[in-house]
Structure formats: C-alpha cells, structure tokens
Write a protein that binds this ligand. Structure first.
Ligand code: GLU
Length: 410
C-alpha cells in the first residue's frame, strides 16, 4: 500500500511533466533489493529470527542514501516506498545522493540492549557487501539512533577497515556531526516558519500541534517555541495531550527523557485527549512526525489546520492529500519538510571523507541556505503553475533525477 501511495504521487507529477512511460518505468523501479533473515541468540537462550531489508531505489545522482528503521510493521512494500521517497528528497535539496532505505521487522522495545546489538551486528554481517561509503550509506530512522549507527560502523569496519563514512547519524565521539540530531526537526521548523509567513500568519503566537515527540517532533517543537509559536496539542505512542495555553516545551522534553516509556503522557498540567481530538485541534499548523499513513480520509475531514508540515515520511494518504488541497490546506511534503536530516547526513559524510570537522554553527549555517533554496524553488513553482507543494517538489526532483539519468545513459 505504501509503495502504491508513493507511485500515485510520482505518476501525478510525471503525467503533468509529460514524462515518457519508458522513463517513468525507470523512475518507479528500485534498482536493487535485498531481503535477509536475521537470526540471533536471545538472552533466554532461544533463537529469534527477524526479517531485514535494504532497498536501493535509484543512484543516478550519487550513492544511495537513507535510514534504517526497526519496527514491527516493517515490510518490503513500506521499505520500497521509503527508498523511493529518499531519491526524491535528496534531489529536492540538491545533495549528491540517490535513495535507499532499510528496515528490520522487530519491536525493539521487546529486546534488551544486548539483543539489539546482536541484531544490528548480524544484520550488518548480512548486508555489508551491499552498502559502503560510495555505494549506500544508512542512517537513523524510526527506533534507531547514534548507538545503532556506531554498531554498524564497527561491524562494517571489521570487513572493510576503518570506515566512518559508511553510516551517518553517528555519535559525536565516533565521527558524527554536530547538529545532526536536531537537523531533521530544524528543517521542519524552518519550513513551518517560512510557510506560515507565506500564509500571512505570524510565527509569534502561531498555534501548532505535533504528533510524535521523538527526535523529529521534539526538535521541531523546541525550535518553533523558541520563535514564539505555541505548542497546544501533542501526542505519541502513549497517548494525546492538550494545553490551550501552550506547553512548556523544554519541560515536556525533560519529562519524556525521564519517563521509562519515553512518552509525553503524564506531563503535569495538561488535559488528556484522543487522536481524533488531536487531529481536529484548532491550530494553524499540524506537524505529523510519527509514522506513515496517519492522515487518511476521515482525518482529512476533521483537520482544521491551514498548514501541514510533514515531519514523518508518508504521513498523508493520496486521497486525503487531494481532499486537503481542495480545502486550501497547504501541505509541505515530507520530501522537502524533513530533508534537513539527510542534508546534515551529507555534511557528516563530507566531514568523514575530509577527516576535517565543523562546528555546530558552521553546520547550521550551511543547513539553512540549502533548505531555504529548496523551499523557495518549490514554493515558486507551486505559485507559478498553480501546483500544490507536493506536486511542485516531485516535479523538481524528477527533473533532476531525469537529467542525471539522461546524462549518464540508461
Ligand atoms: N531517516 C532520515 C530520512 O528519512 C534520514 C536519512 C539519512 O540521513 O540518510 O530522511
């Protein structure tokens, strides 16, 4: 289903552009797909077997790039869709990569840290010949982080020699980049602020809601709150909360860090709510920053926000997208809105390859102009051709990938 959804967005753009069916076929098909069974010894002595995937969608513009997620709903269809989104995302922001994605079908909350380490290392054993600093560079995604990347780098280096550039999103102490942890949320917050201004809404005092308070959602919320916007509704795997006066975002981050379930629930001074109430919140901007497919037709009917900024990958179903656009809701699509993460991954990879490291100010100073250029060209095309922003972003991305493909030859 997820892959079909991505294809619908893609073919909408290719039909507008008049792309030949031959090229369209090429753009839709992933170049290489690897599926593995990851068997590990569990702490209780039993054997756990987990399905793992790494899918490389397109490498016309450079090595494949994209995250690795650990989630019990991971399957080939979803990884395929997410790999394709990475191709378009890297092209929209103009960084020299293609697109890939990986995943292991596992609920990481049910594994101990040692089991997770064994799983990650075994998965790396099975895909090490498939990835590499100039081939395919994994990064964190849902339920993976700097520690996961450190294990992959260490395991990969046993086969190939010290190879920091094989993964990005590593801890600072292990050749990571300053600013990487906050980068996706920073890009989301920047897009939200630019889009609010385009809609004639002051950022100061603007009301926003965030679904998912992990890395992306929490950093987007922090940066928007720093600019005077009010977080009035929030939710995650634990439940939903509202506070019409605006949450103290820093206190909420501390609460989540201290809570064993890493959830916003139980944050003092807030009212509990539901997913339905959350989606229908009276806000200017809604930021889905959790999983895919959450905005469906029913949600599209109730959403009151004038702006949706997609922190997650694939949060909006195509039919819901059409309904929202028909209602004049502006949607800043995932391939633009959450591209700050992979852009900072690119900086990390450049630093690893140069063996020369930048300060946090340098990193952030380079991130903003790249996001700004991508936002401006998308918004300008949307305005001039009366496209929605998703269509405009896809058109720009397909053009770039198409040009590179034509230059290299099929
Ligand atoms: N997982 C992130 C994404 O979906 C980051 C990918 C990367 O840094 O390579 O964009």
């Amino acid at each position: 289903m997820a892959f079909e959804d991505t294809l619908r967005y893609l073919s909408h753009a290719t039909s507008i552009m008049g792309v030949s069916s031959r090229i369209e076929q090429l753009l839709m098909t992933p170049t290489r797909q690897l599926k593995v069974e990851v068997a590990i010894e569990m702490d209780n002595g039993s054997v756990g077997v987990f399905e793992g995937f790494r899918i490389q969608h397109n490498n016309a513009r450079g090595p494949c790039k994209g995250g690795l997620r650990f989630h019990h709903e991971v399957d080939g269809d979803e990884v395929n869709a997410l790999a394709s989104l990475m191709t378009w995302k890297t092209a929209v922001v103009g960084i020299p990569y293609g697109g890939a994605k990986g995943g292991v079908q596992v609920d990481p909350r049910k594994l101990s840290v040692r089991e997770l380490e064994r799983l990650t290392r075994k998965f790396t054993d099975q895909i090490h010949f498939f990835i590499g600093p100039d081939v395919d560079i994994p990064a964190p995604d849902v339920n993976t982080d700097g520690q996961t990347m450190a294990w992959i780098m260490d395991q990969y280096s046993k086969y190939h020699g010290h190879s920091p550039a094989v993964v990005t999103g590593k801890p600072i102490e292990l050749a990571g980049s300053h600013g990487r942890v906050a980068a996706t949320g920073r890009g989301v917050a920047l897009c939200a602020m630019w889009a609010l201004r385009d809609l004639g809404i002051d950022v100061e005092g603007a009301r926003f809601a965030v679904q998912g308070f992990g890395n992306v959602g929490s950093w987007a919320a922090r940066l928007l709150a720093e600019h005077g916007a009010l977080l009035v509704a929030v939710g995650d795997h634990g439940g939903y909360l509202e506070n019409p006066e605006g949450f103290d975002v820093e206190a909420l981050v501390r609460h989540v860090d201290a809570s064993p379930s890493r959830s916003v629930v139980g944050f003092p001074g807030s009212d509990t709510s539901s997913l339905e109430a959350f989606l229908a919140s009276d806000v200017d901007c809604l930021i889905p920053a959790a999983l895919g497919g959450v905005i469906d037709n029913a949600a599209a009917e109730t959403i009151r926000a004038k702006l949706i900024v997609e922190g997650a990958n694939g949060p909006t179903k195509p039919d819901a997208h059409e309904r929202l656009i028909a209602r004049d809701v502006m949607i800043i699509p995932d391939i633009l809105a959450n591209a700050g993460g992979v852009t900072c991954s690119y900086f990390e990879w450049v630093q690893n390859n140069q063996r020369f490291y930048w300060t946090e100010e340098e990193v952030n100073g380079r991130l903003e102009p790249i996001m700004r250029r991508a936002y401006d060209s998308t918004a300008a095309l949307a305005r001039s051709k009366h496209f929605d922003h998703r269509t405009a972003a896809f058109v720009i991305a397909i053009r770039e990938v198409g040009k590179a493909t034509a230059l290299r030859g099929v």
